[in-house]
Each structure stands twice: as C-alpha cells, then as structure tokens.
Design a protein around this ligand. Structure first.
Ligand SMILES: [Zn+2]
Ligand SMILES: [Zn+2]
Length: 344
C-alpha cells in the first residue's frame, strides 16, 4: 500500500509499505477513505516534534472496516468509521476515570516511538488498536471530510470549551483562530455562549470567525480586553480559550479572564516559561491545560455535526490525492491552506 512517510525536516515521501495485519483481538484494519493534514503534522514536518525517518504520519481518518479481531464488538467489517487521533485501552485506571487522553497504554497515530510507534493514517490502510474505544460509525450521509474533524480538530475545539465548564450565557474569548480555535468558536456558539470574541491578526481568519457567529477582534489593531470587558459588565471573560500554544498567549488569557474564571489552554506548550502567575492567583483562576480528551467527547461532537450545529466544512481549503502529499505539505508549510484533505 501507499503511505506518506517523514524523511527528515522539510521532506515527506509517498512510499510503498506492507499492508497492516491483525496481531491482537482488539484491533481493526480500515481502508482509509480520507485523511487530514493537521497543524501537528507540520510540527513533525519541521522537525520540532522528532519522529524516526520512515515513520508513516497522519492521525485524522475516515474509512471502511476491512477486518476486526475476535474481541471487537462495536464495529464490523464493512462499517464506515471515523477514529480518534490517539488510542486508549478503556480499562486502565485513567480510562476508568474517563481520562482517555492520559491512558496508561495510550498511543498516538503517526508520531513515532515517542508516542507509541503507531503507524499513521495518511495511507491506504491503517491498523487501529482498541477499536471498540477508538472508532465510531459515521452517521448516515455525513461527508468523510466532516466526520474526520470529530476525532481531532473539532474534538479539541469542543474539549477546549467543555473542559472549561462553559455554561449557556457565558462570555467566551478565543485566542488564536487556526482550525482548532475556529472549531472552539463554533463549540462555544453551539453551547449557548452569550458572547464569543475571537482574537487573531489574520483578516481571513477573523472573517471566518465572524461567519461562525463570533465578534472578531484584531489582536493589535483592536483592543481585546476593552471589548471583552465592555460585554461583561467590566468583569472579563468567563472562559478564555488559548489555541495558540505560546506562553505569551497564556499570559494574555490570564489578563482577559474574569475573577474566578477559567483559562483553557489547548495550544501545545513546551518547556519552561515566565508568566504572571501572581495575577492568576489573585484572580483565583482555573488553569486547565493539555491534550484534548477527544474520546470522551466524540459521541457528542458527532451528534452536533450530524445535527448541523457544528460544521467544519468551511475550514477545508484543499482536497488532494494521497500521491500529492509532497505538494500538500509544501502548501501547508507556506500557510496557504487551512485544512487539507488527502484521499488515496
Ligand atoms: Zn491533528
Ligand atoms: Zn487506558
């Protein structure tokens, strides 16, 4: 089968790889119908997230089940399914608490040996461990390019809002309008936020957030703090979603949140940082950080997609063939694409 492999910084290749084979009774093999190229694939492409040369990459996918192990009961051969970007066992202590994102046997597709050596999904076929926990049937009539958002980008946008405990009537501010931030805007609107402010410095992204129902605020030409306070009786945002992944964005989020509000950081953070932690303490903020628990949310996200209350389709800017992955990564690297869908 053909698969997209990482070769070195700035270099991917479409290569022939052996088809996967079932090795454990909880696994499934799927014929991939569509796979997405994600911002975290770009971290790998740039070498910021190290993976071994030759690693098959990609972690967003929709496909048809080709084979299942004896222990798989929730999906069957022939089912059209989508999957989550990481796998979880469903039976360890973390999973029994619902913390699937911290599963003791968790592995992430297409991220090399650091995250469990699970081959990626930008390929003609993919092996899915713990298939009953990780896979869901695609609702009838849903496009592959919509469904694949549930297992990663929309799941993360939804998590950013749900994990913050947002309630209907809250004022929400989203910092960073990449695909995850724009999905968080949709999730906040769908969840009944009274006001959603969307902050970025790219005009097209601000326009898209406005079409999703947010009030766009330019990061430097506008005044996010004044806008948020103006809409909240001077208090600040109940929930601030940070979808940038820099310490400066966390610091800005601390400034925008109301007293006893919540900062929900889903942007990837690395290393140490200097923050105004005293301000966070004085405000009594909840700081909620980390990888999204997409398995915990995937059924609700699918229900909202199926009902049309979440619709990521405007984010899909490019539809390309798997064989054109080299060009797809180059386009994405030049920031000319918001979301690229690859089909084998
Ligand atoms: Zn992703
Ligand atoms: Zn587990």
């Amino acid at each position: 089968m053909r698969a997209v492999t990482f070769q070195g910084p700035g270099e991917v290749r479409v290569e022939e790889r052996p088809e996967p084979r079932l090795e454990h009774p909880d696994e499934a093999i799927i014929a991939v119908e569509a796979s997405g190229v994600c911002g975290s694939d770009l971290h790998i492409y740039h070498g910021r997230v190290p993976v071994e040369p030759g690693t098959v990459i990609g972690h967003e996918y929709v496909g048809t089940v080709l084979a299942v192990g004896d222990a798989v009961t929730r999906v069957a051969v022939g089912d059209r399914v989508l999957g989550c970007f990481h796998v979880a066992c469903g039976s360890c202590t973390a999973c029994l608490r619902g913390d699937y994102h911290r599963c003791e046997r968790g592995r992430t597709f297409g991220h090399g040996s650091n995250l469990g050596s699970l081959p990626g999904t930008q390929a003609e076929q993919a092996l899915v461990p713990f298939a009953d926990v990780v896979l869901r049937k695609v609702p009838n009539g849903m496009a592959a390019e919509t469904a694949l958002f549930a297992g990663d980008v929309m799941g993360t946008g939804y998590h950013a809002v749900a994990h913050a405990g947002m309630k209907a009537g809250d004022t929400v501010c989203v910092l960073g309008l990449g695909p995850v931030g724009l999905c968080a805007v949709q999730a906040a609107v769908a969840g009944g936020a009274a006001h959603v402010f969307a902050v970025d410095s790219v005009a097209q992204r601000l326009d898209q957030a406005a079409r999703f129902g947010a009030t766009p605020v330019h990061l430097t030409e506008g005044n996010p703090k004044a806008e948020v306070r103006g809409a909240s009786g001077g208090r600040g945002a109940d929930v601030v979603v940070e979808a940038v992944g820099t310490p400066a964005a966390i610091e800005a989020a601390i400034g925008l949140a109301r007293n006893a509000g919540t900062v929900s950081g889903v942007g990837v953070q690395v290393g140490r940082a200097e923050l105004n932690i005293g301000l966070a303490w004085l405000k009594g903020l909840d700081l909620r950080l980390g990888l999204a628990n997409v398995i915990a949310h995937v059924d609700r996200v699918l229900a909202l997609l199926d009902a049309g209350k979440l619709d990521p389709s405007p984010l899909v800017s490019h539809r390309m063939r798997l064989d054109d992955a080299v060009e797809a990564y180059a386009i994405y690297d030049r920031r000319e694409a918001l979301k690229i869908i690859l089909t084998p």
